[in-house]
Design a protein around this ligand. Structure first.
Ligand code: ASP
Ligand code: MG
Length: 440
């Protein structure tokens, strides 16, 4: 069985939903994971914020406006009167629930309850549409099997056992439709896999049912070798290894949730990235195969904070780094890049929620310099650290100020830390010299 995930734009208009139907309706059994309609999750996040911050009236206005939009989509999508009415009743139930959410609940409960509704509605609507078109489909409620543990990792055993039960109770069908993104937490409360989490849902399910393949359908022809928002002439990458894909997803290639390949890597289940608007295109195949092609892709991640920690105590001493790392551990902040010299260590974080507390602790043991608005530019490719192109890097980047560099941490990645205002220039220069082979 295959698992196919369709993102927000794929279910964002009636025309696109028709495309999705044509892609999935080939008579073979499959699980289809859906995101919320595009834009919905952002709107739900805003509504949750209004409620928590006591702007109930503003929230109610937004809820009612969204309800009108959903009814319009349903009218366009469902010409069958009975299915139309049934779906509108379901959606009305959701919007009434939203109107009843209150600032008396914790902010977390409000947000988790509210953002989950996007996927619940898109799957209900799409399933109704398939029924109308005579497709043999059934809904699998994700909250009956998808669960994370206390570390926010998928609870693999729970998921495998419960998914089997849900599948056998609701089948047989050609198409099993389920919600991406949403899950239960370890206390059984409604939660989610973080923004963009539907990709992760697809590979978690893929691993749980030992799928032959997971397909992630979006609105672009696979993962590109540079960021198409900032650079012209980017190309889709046809093949990536799991390691390369993981580095790219983490370091800013927005197309994939950063955890996506983790669940399927162990069983080498391939992940194919495809374009709903152009199904014939090859897309990107992520698998256990590697190919020796030097630098395959460049990605950038913004919002990075760099911290330089300087201490005379570091000189020929041991245990200093341990103290530093313990501070980050206490505040549950993960470190991305790190470089050291004999008297200083520089590192980067992307989550600055606890920055003040971290700095206060570090201040007790060292002197500190902080740079905000930094970007990590990451070059990825199999054995990239050994490849001949790599030695051209410094020539290429002569006029970009590199704040830190990480080389050799893994064979597949070289990371540069730069000021965010130099990012576009850096991406463009790297693109023209590495992929368009302009002379240095
Ligand atoms: N709807 C969620 C989001 O917008 C999850 C997803 O689309 O993957 O983040
Ligand atoms: Mg996404």
């Amino acid at each position: 069985m295959k698992v196919l995930k369709f993102g927000g734009t794929s279910v964002g208009s009636v025309e696109n939903m028709l495309n999705v139907k044509n892609i999935i309706n080939d008579g073979s059994e499959k699980v289809v994971v859906l995101s919320a309609m595009s834009g919905t999750t952002n709107q739900l996040v805003a509504i949750a914020k209004d409620i928590t911050e006591h702007r109930g009236d503003v929230a109610a206005e937004k809820v009612n406006a969204l309800h009108v939009t959903y009814n319009q989509v349903i009218d366009e999508l469902l010409t069958d009167a009975a299915l139309n009415a049934k779906t509108k009743t379901y959606v009305s139930g959701v919007f009434n629930f939203l109107l009843g959410c209150t600032s008396k609940w914790t902010a977390e409960l409000v947000e988790n309850q509210i953002v989950a509704q996007g996927e619940l509605m898109s799957t209900y609507m799409f399933n109704s549409f398939l029924q109308q078109e005579g497709v043999n489909s059934v809904l699998l409620p994700a909250l009956n099997f998808m669960k994370i543990d206390g570390f926010k990792e998928p609870d693999v055993q729970y998921i495998e056992e419960n998914l089997q039960v849900v599948l056998s109770e609701s089948g047989p069908a050609d198409i099993y439709i389920t919600q991406g993104f949403i899950c239960l937490d370890d206390a059984g409360e409604i939660s989610n896999l973080q923004r963009g989490g539907s990709d992760y849902t697809a590979t978690i399910i893929g691993a749980a049912i030992k799928a032959e393949e997971v397909q992630i359908w979006t609105d672009i022809d696979g993962m590109h070798n540079n960021d198409p928002r900032f650079v012209e002439h980017t190309n889709p990458i046809s093949d990536l290894s799991f390691d390369e894909a993981a580095e790219l997803a983490y370091f800013g290639a927005k197309i994939l949730h950063p955890q996506t390949v983790n669940p399927v890597r162990k069983d080498s289940i391939p992940v194919r990235l495809k374009n709903t608007m152009n199904p014939e295109a090859h897309g990107t195949l992520i698998s256990s195969k590697t190919s020796e092609t030097g630098i395959k892709a460049i990605a950038a991640k913004d919002g990075i904070t760099a911290i330089k920690i300087k201490s005379a105590h570091m000189l020929q001493a041991y245990g200093f780094l341990k103290k530093v790392f313990e501070i980050f551990e206490t505040y549950q902040t993960s470190i991305d890049m790190i470089t050291t010299s004999e008297v200083a260590v520089s590192l980067t974080i992307d989550d600055d929620k606890n920055l003040d507390k971290i700095l206060a602790e570090l201040d007790k043991i060292a002197s500190i310099e902080v740079d905000v608005n930094q970007s990590i530019v990451c070059l990825v490719g199999h054995a990239v650290v050994n490849h001949q192109d790599t030695f051209r890097l410094f020539q290429i980047l002569q006029d970009v100020k590199i704040r830190m560099i990480s080389y050799g941490g893994s064979n597949n990645n070289i990371s540069l830390l730069i000021d965010s205002q130099d990012k576009i220039k850096t991406l463009q220069k790297l693109n023209s010299y590495l992929f368009e082979m302009a002379a240095v």
